[in-house]
Design a protein around this ligand. Structure first.
Ligand code: ADP
Length: 355
């Protein structure tokens, strides 16, 4: 089995609270096993340019509570080209990097699988506030983003209550509705619009009218950013025109990407970082670390990417050809379970907004 003397760690794609905790865990876990670690700056950009630093334990001291990513992040288009990959492989050769832990989202995992195929064992750790990686129940940063979103919605609720207003709030999450849905429920939203479940705008307006008659003064509507600001602003205008409640549009945007990571994110990042190092040193590669039913496990990156496409309805022709019927069935089951979780939560949200 390959002997690991030195591994690299990078963060890539959108940043997420808890990425630093994951980097710290990778560094400390590797050092504990006598393996050197280099921090690779700006994701795959640093791998191409050789912008790396040998990390000691002191380099990751007191970063567990920091948000953003001290390794910085970048979207590196060059890495997708054969020339970019050749430069990245050359950096690994020159610096003696035997394996890599890549922390990020699905784009990052595409890069990780390319590296694995080219002979650099790579393990992915899911780090994104969006929780939009279908193969795992949880991604690092989600809990912090949820709590921040909930607090910001609570703040808006306070002032809505004083002034008898409605706020239509656009929430991050890229194309995934998890943050809008869970933070919306936690903030007592009267309506939640996400891409995964049909949104009945008329029913939402009816609810606001009914609740107003019952004496409610404040209303929160959470809308996933996937709908776009135009939709949210138009819906806010409809609410105002049809219910007579003064209605404002608010966009939380990147405010929910920052903030010190919650316990959940620090702990998950710490566990996943150590797990990823164990996997690498155990000779594993081309895997993404997942959490299912509270347990850490792995999924092959190629499986994770395709089950993601299946859930997001973006499968391309031939995508399923590389998988056995049993694997395709497993993918369908994973997607059905995810969809059921969305439907159940949305049902809860609507029931709780009746009175
Ligand atoms: P995320 O990881 O959050 O999904 P991106 O989609 O921007 O973010 O991907 C992060 C980086 O991963 C990209 O900037 C690029 O360097 C690399 N990457 C993305 N897609 C691919 C791909 N198809 N092949 C190789 N590398 C990729």
């Amino acid at each position: 089995m390959k002997e690991f003397k030195k591994i690299g760690v990078l963060t890539s794609g959108g940043d997420a609270p808890g990425m630093n905790a994951a980097v710290r865990s990778v560094v400390l876990s590797a050092l504990a096993k006598g393996v050197e670690v280099v921090g690779i700056y700006k994701g795959y950009t640093g791998l191409i340019s050789g912008e790396v630093k040998e990390f000691s334990a002191a380099d990751v001291r007191h970063i567990i509570d920091d948000s953003g990513t001290h390794l910085y992040s970048d979207r590196c288009l060059d890495f997708k080209t054969p020339e970019g990959m050749a430069k990245a492989l050359n950096t690994c050769k020159e610096l003696g990097i035997d394996g890599i832990v890549a922390i990020g989202g699905d784009g990052t995992f595409r890069g990780a699988t390319d590296l694995s195929i080219h002979g650099i064992p790579t393990i992915g750790i899911p780090g994104t506030i969006d929780n939009d990686i279908t193969s795992t129940d949880y991604t690092i940063g989600f809990d912090t983003a949820l709590n921040t979103t909930m607090k910001l919605m609570d703040n808006l609720r306070d002032t809505c209550e004083s002034h008898a207003r409605c706020d239509v709030i656009e929430v991050m999450g890229r194309n995934a509705g998890w943050i809008a849905l869970e933070a919306g429920i936690a903030s007592g939203a009267v309506a939640i619009a996400i891409g995964e479940v049909d949104f009945d705008a008329d029913a939402a307006i009816e609810r606001i009218k009914n609740l107003k008659e019952k004496g409610h003064r404040s209303f929160i509507v959470a809308i996933s950013e996937t709908f776009g600001a135009e939709f949210s602003e138009a819906f806010a205008k409809r609410v105002q025109d049809e219910t007579g409640v003064e209605t404002k549009f608010a966009r939380l945007a990147h405010t929910v990407r920052g903030g010190s990571p919650t316990l959940r994110d620090r702990l998950t990042a710490s566990k996943m970082g150590k797990y990823a190092v164990d996997l690498l040193l155990d000779g594993k590669s081309d895997l993404v670390v997942c959490e299912k039913g509270g347990e850490l496990c792995t999924t092959e990156i190629k499986f994770a990417l395709i089950v993601d496409r299946m859930f997001k309805n973006t499968l391309k022709e031939g995508d399923l050809d590389k998988f056995t019927p049993e694997e395709v069935e497993l993918m369908r089951n994973i997607c059905a379970k995810k969809q059921a979780a969305f439907d159940d939560l949305m049902n809860t949200a609507i029931i709780l907004a009746q009175n």
